[in-house]
Design a protein around this ligand. Structure first.
Ligand SMILES: *[C@@H]1O[C@H](CO)[C@@H](O)[C@H](O)[C@H]1NC(C)=O
Ligand SMILES: *[C@@H]1O[C@H](CO)[C@@H](O)[C@H](O)[C@H]1NC(C)=O
Ligand SMILES: *[C@@H]1O[C@H](CO)[C@@H](O)[C@H](O)[C@H]1NC(C)=O
Ligand SMILES: *[C@@H]1O[C@H](CO)[C@@H](O)[C@H](O)[C@H]1NC(C)=O
Length: 428
């Protein structure tokens, strides 16, 4: 009964709210790169520091000392490379904990049950550039214990942990490479200090002390510098089956990064919305030939379609890239750490409008520097009761109306409305 009363109030408030008309870029388009990352990658196109990994060995991170008698490592901030899993690329790194052996100074024993695998796939790469891997369940650690990272055979790994060698002004203490199968490790030698391993363990409370003041922010920032962006291959028709619109609505603005060639060419990249009709059967249902007329940042542009492009839940993002020498503009992508890249086999001088052949999957999983602003159609009649306990209300759980409102506005305003509602409710 109480829930029903709250729901009815929601319904009334939503009727009022749905008159609003403001755009947001999140909500039903989470798999596009976030605007902050598009902006950053467009501005800094080349990597300033080379990231490296290691092979079939573990390394202990003596850099981090746990200074609470006991705590939990709840997540890891990571600088990684996530690739497409295939038959021969199917291994994952892991994290584990070693405990000092009280009888044997310098020796550490594996803590049974402490190992957690770090799984990522192309469908859950970071859209913000920050990889924070949640550890479920968390790893309990005690003061004196050491976290180690296990990197399996590099060329067979879906996820590879990066380090950066010789960063000026940065020291980071880690062990040399140790055999993966070691239940006991020897940390008696002087640690290596010129290799910044891009891992930070996040604990409950503030229980990590870093001898060289490495923090989560430092790991994030150095990781940003090891990635780069560049022009997407030309004469290609790409589809990104993991960049999906997860609601019904319309696209009101494209924002994208790339290089303006300042020429009089007639061709442009085309940003597209595709609908899959069946196996090997796709229809383009909306598209914009984008140009470099409206610059909103360094190598960053926007394009507002004259008529918003309608899309439905499940529609897929795609791009056509014309021949570079005939194009006014080159669209950019982040190299790697992106979703699956599928494309029409062979050269595509013109954009497709239907595809009735099997797509080929690129070995690269690059991430186009494209984000969107959308307006979400409200379609369902019920307010989901569980949403009344959530701080952010799902936009798919609202009322029948032909009015469009933005996801961002719905969630922010609803949470405000929610607190007002609860005050009303409790005082009545
Ligand atoms: C660690 O997390 C577990 C739940 O997984 C919890 O039971 C335990 O109390 C936590 N320990 C500390 C020290 O916070
Ligand atoms: C990514 O997806 C895989 C399944 O494909 C899952 O096992 C893993 O936990 C996910 N990682 C994150 C960070 O969500
Ligand atoms: C552990 O070390 C960190 C970083 O030096 C510090 O902020 C924190 O207060 C310390 N925690 C305890 C319990 O001493
Ligand atoms: C989106 O629209 C389609 C077709 O009108 C409909 O079948 C589907 O239920 C709608 N989905 C949502 C989440 O409203």
């Amino acid at each position: 009964m109480k829930l029903l009363a709250v729901e009815n109030l929601f319904y009334l408030i939503l009727l009022v709210l749905s008159k609003g008309f403001v755009y947001g870029d999140q909500g039903c388009t989470e798999k596009f790169m976030e605007l902050s990352q598009v902006t950053y990658r467009a501005q800094y196109t080349s990597a300033s520091a080379p990231g490296r990994t290691w092979d079939d060995k573990l390394r202990a991170l003596q850099e981090y000392q746990f200074n609470c008698s006991s705590t939990n490592v709840t997540s890891l901030i990571l600088g990684i490379d996530v690739r497409r899993a295939t038959g021969s690329i199917n291994l994952f790194p892991s994290v584990r904990v070693y405990r000092p052996n009280s009888n044997d100074p310098g020796k550490y024993d594996l803590v049974t049950g402490s190992e957690r695998t770090i799984y990522y796939s192309t469908s859950n790469v970071s859209t913000s550039g920050v990889f924070e891997y949640p550890l479920n369940p968390p790893i309990p650690v005690m003061s004196g214990e050491v976290v180690a990272i296990v990197q399996p055979r590099e060329e067979e790994s879906v996820v590879r942990i990066y380090y950066i060698e010789g960063v000026s002004g940065i020291s980071f203490s880690s062990s040399k490479e140790i055999s993966i199968d070691s239940d006991e490790i020897d940390l008696g030698d002087t640690p290596i200090t010129n290799e910044l391993i891009l891992v930070y363990p996040v604990t409950d409370g503030h229980c990590v002390n870093s001898a060289n003041s490495i923090n989560a922010m430092a790991i994030r920032n150095y990781f940003l510098t090891v990635q780069r962006s560049g022009a997407i291959n030309d004469r290609r028709q790409y589809l990104y089956p993991e960049i999906v619109f997860s609601c019904n609505g319309s696209l009101t603005k494209w924002i994208y990064g790339g290089m303006n060639h300042n020429n009089m060419n007639n061709n442009s990249p085309e940003l597209q919305i595709w609908r899959q009709l069946g196996p090997n059967n796709y229809n383009k249902i909306g598209s914009s030939l984008v140009n470099a007329n409206t610059m909103i940042g360094t190598n960053l542009y926007e394009f507002i379609p004259q008529t918003p492009l309608q899309f439905q839940e499940g529609d897929i993002f795609g791009v056509h890239i014309p021949q570079t020498g005939q194009s006014v503009f080159s669209l950019y992508e982040q190299r790697g750490n992106g979703p699956l890249n599928e494309r029409v086999n062979g050269d595509a001088d013109n954009p497709y409008s239907t595809i009735t052949q099997a797509l080929v999957t690129d070995s690269n999983n690059d991430f186009p520097l494209v984000t969107v602003e959308v307006s979400i159609s409200l379609a369902s009649t019920s307010v989901v009761s569980s949403s009344s306990t959530s701080p952010v209300i799902s936009t798919t759980s609202v009322i029948t109306t032909s009015t469009m409102i933005s996801s961002t506005v719905v969630s922010i305003t609803l949470s405000n409305a929610l607190s007002i509602l609860f005050i009303l409710y409790h005082s009545s």
